[in-house]
Write a protein that binds this ligand. Structure first.
Ligand code: DC
Length: 672
């Protein structure tokens, strides 16, 4: 996940291959509850891992369900509600509205001794209409704080199910969903149970999701007209054994859009496949697909996949009522940047009251990119930049709104091949913490490529600390090329191969097939954690020797190039700017006086508990400098276009700020 202050997304040409996206939140919590209410084991695949699902899982554990994580699957052993009641429990449900409403209904119908509460904001979210409906049918519910709001206490019911149950449908469809999921618990020995919705029923697509999931658990709710729902006599939950949570359709909209924007040459495999989501999808937002098809995208679908590629180009402008897809309609606003004329999205008043005023926010940010935007109370009209020359490299604000951030990334496909800066990219965590990682894994950069910043310099000049800090600040990958030579030296030692020119070919072969793995600050060689083992002075000295062998250097080139991945790379070494990445966007040559470097290395070794004499260290440093600078193959020297930074008198933080200033000066963003 990117927790940087901003993320610069390089210009992108397209997306290809395949993605599987995180599970739908609405489906995840419904499936968890029904699995808990079905006797026996249910294996759930594709469950969303988020705050709301974690709260639900904890509640289910307290109620006596078995919960086990088995690789990517979650296994729930449900309650046998026919023979046993759950133990008394105090359930804390955070800010998870779905969990609060559905557990209230299910536990009130089951009966027992329960208290349900949440965070302060949860205690401001109404639940009165659901409680009224449940009381009508004989449930025992008391408010523990303010009437009409959680926290609540639940007791033993005296159920009366012979009359239709009335529930309001115009505040939250979650009330109806709660009843639909609770009442099959009581219908085993009863006749048909009827629910009648009073007033308008909002968010109908969510009720359809509820009914589709109920069906998977053996309960076929009949829908008689728009507002009457019947749970047939004798209904009972039966676990389907295994159930797959489909990926979130709103999250998928960004990838569908990226597929529609992909330059055919950049997607030679014929487009992007979205796995797990297709014609069988039960989420309303899947109808985003119809809208992108109208804009000219080529979307092929199967029961559980979508395959998207560019069709009409430029896209066709649209004028669309977006009431049925309020969330993914934001993605259409981003796509409108690539249309052949002005597009109008209507009936989106709900945008004004979401995470931010999304109409105002979208208008402001699209204008920064060069579009002309008109806002209405409940609509937005977007005229794309008139030509590639009218596009601007912009730093886009995200308003702590995950969807603004994900939409912003779609500007990176611009025809002017400009990068886009996204402020506070971490806000995607609300629904999709790994959004950018997922995008970068399937995206191809435009011709300008993936930016590289090189940090070269002699040993102990502070390259590692500087490069690591830069990588963190920019969210870039980090190549510690010295570690590759150190690993090669260690591998030679383990293979009992002395570092000698006579063994050059064998040593090169070792380096070429190095079983190395880098993850989260740790370095592994053939499954062994060698993070500390490669940092000794002895290995450093051998690294310097093995690095003088041209065949070994050549053997490591492809591995080093492999680190140049989206969104960017900080490469630290001796020949990053001169040999490995000669076209790097910025090259820094870092030096410090040899006394200063010896002092730093001394402190570093002492902190690791190694006792070394200062005099020996100075001699070692000088020997390594001499070898690194005087060898034939790629000797250590500053690239002609490198900027020199002598950090003898600078702290790491000061060096980082200096390099970031140089970097910023080379960026095209006008309003950064
Ligand atoms: O940066 P370091 O001390 O971890 O590097 C270990 C040795 O590897 C160093 O003495 C020289 C060699 N090296 C190199 O030749 N080229 C690089 N790009 C990086 C390191």
């Amino acid at each position: 996940m990117f927790t940087t202050g901003f993320l610069d997304v390089p210009a992108l040409a397209g997306v290809g291959s395949a993605v599987r996206l995180p599970g739908s939140k609405s489906i995840s919590n419904r499936v968890l509850l029904l699995a808990a209410l079905s006797a026996g084991k249910t294996r759930i695949d594709g469950l969303l891992d988020s705050d709301d699902t974690r709260v639900m899982l904890q509640a289910l554990r307290q109620l006596g369900c078995g919960v086990a994580q088995n690789g990517a699957s979650t296994e729930i052993v449900g309650l046998d509600t026919q023979t046993a009641t759950p133990p008394p429990a105090k359930l804390f449900l955070g800010n998870a509205g779905t969990a609060m409403r559905s557990l209230t209904a299910a536990l009130a119908v089951l009966g027992g001794q329960f208290e349900l509460s949440g965070v302060p904001r949860m205690h401001e979210r109404p639940i009165g209409d659901l409680v009224d409906a449940l009381r009508q049918l004989g449930c025992q519910i008391d408010y523990l704080g303010q009437g009409g709001y959680p926290p609540i206490a639940i007791g033993q019911p005296a159920l009366r199910l012979d009359q239709p149950i009335a529930v309001r449908g115009d505040v939250s469809s979650q009330f109806l969903t709660g009843l639909l999921m609770a009442l099959p618990l009581a219908s085993a020995g009863a006749g048909d149970v009827v629910i009648e919705v009073a007033g308008e029923l909002i968010s109908r697509p969510y009720i359809d999701i509820t009914r589709a999931i109920l069906l998977r658990f053996g309960v076929a709710v009949r829908c008689e007209g728009a507002r009457r729902f019947v749970i047939p006599a004798g209904s009972r939950y039966r676990s389907p054994g295994q159930i797959q949570v489909e990926p979130d359709a709103s999250s998928a909209s960004y990838f569908i859009a990226a597929g529609a924007l992909s330059d055919a040459a950049a997607a030679p495999s014929g487009g992007l496949t979205i796995e797990g989501l297709g014609d069988n999808a039960i989420q309303g937002d899947i109808r985003f697909v119809d809208a992108v098809r109208r804009m000219g995208a080529h979307v092929e679908s199967g029961p559980d996949h979508l395959r998207v590629r560019r069709g009409a180009w430029p896209l066709k402008a649209i004028d669309l009522d977006c009431n049925h897809i309020p969330d993914s309609a934001m993605t259409l606003a981003a796509l409108a940047l690539y249309a052949d004329g002005p597009s109008t999205l209507r009936n989106i008043a709900s945008w004004r009251v979401k995470e931010t005023d999304r109409i105002a926010a979208m208008a402001a940010e699209l204008r920064k990119l060069g579009a002309t935007v008109q806002e209405g109370a409940d609509c937005i009209r977007i005229t794309p930049p008139a030509s590639p020359a009218h596009w601007r490299a912009a730093s886009l604000s995200t308003y702590d709104d995950h969807r603004m951030a994900m939409c912003a990334s779609l500007a990176a496909f611009n025809p002017a091949q400009l990068p886009v800066r996204i402020q506070n990219p971490g806000c995607v965590a609300k629904t999709f913490p790994d959004y950018f990682e997922t995008l970068f894994a399937v995206a191809r950069p435009a011709a300008a490529g993936v930016p590289v910043i090189c940090v070269d310099g002699p040993t102990a000049s502070g390259k590692g600390a500087l490069a690591g800090a830069l990588a963190q600040r920019l969210g870039y990958h980090y190549l510690d090329s010295g570690a590759l030579y150190r690993l090669s030296a260690l591998a030679a030692e383990q293979a009992a191969l002395s570092i000698d020119v006579r063994h050059e070919a064998a040593l090169a072969q070792l380096a070429r097939t190095l079983p190395a793995r880098f993850d989260g600050g740790h370095i592994w060689l053939a499954g062994q954690d060698v993070t500390d083992a490669i940092r000794t002075e002895a290995v450093g000295m051998n690294a310097s020797k093995i690095a003088a062998l041209p065949q070994v250097r050549a053997a490591l080139v492809a591995l080093q190039h492999g680190f140049q991945r989206l969104p960017g790379l900080i490469a630290d070494g001796r020949d990053m700017g001169t040999v490995i990445f000669p076209d790097a966007a910025l090259k820094v040559y870092l030096t410090a006086s040899s006394e200063q470097r010896a002092r730093r290395r001394h402190a570093q070794l002492l902190s690791r508990g190694a006792a070394v004499k200062m005099a020996d260290l100075c001699a070692d440093l000088q020997a390594r400098d001499a070898r690194d600078m005087n060898r034939e193959a790629a000797p250590l020297k500053a690239a002609k276009d490198a900027l020199l930074l002598d950090n003898s008198a600078l702290s790491i933080a000061q060096s980082v700020e200096q390099v970031l200033l140089w970097w910023q000066a080379r960026q095209p963003f006008q309003n950064a």
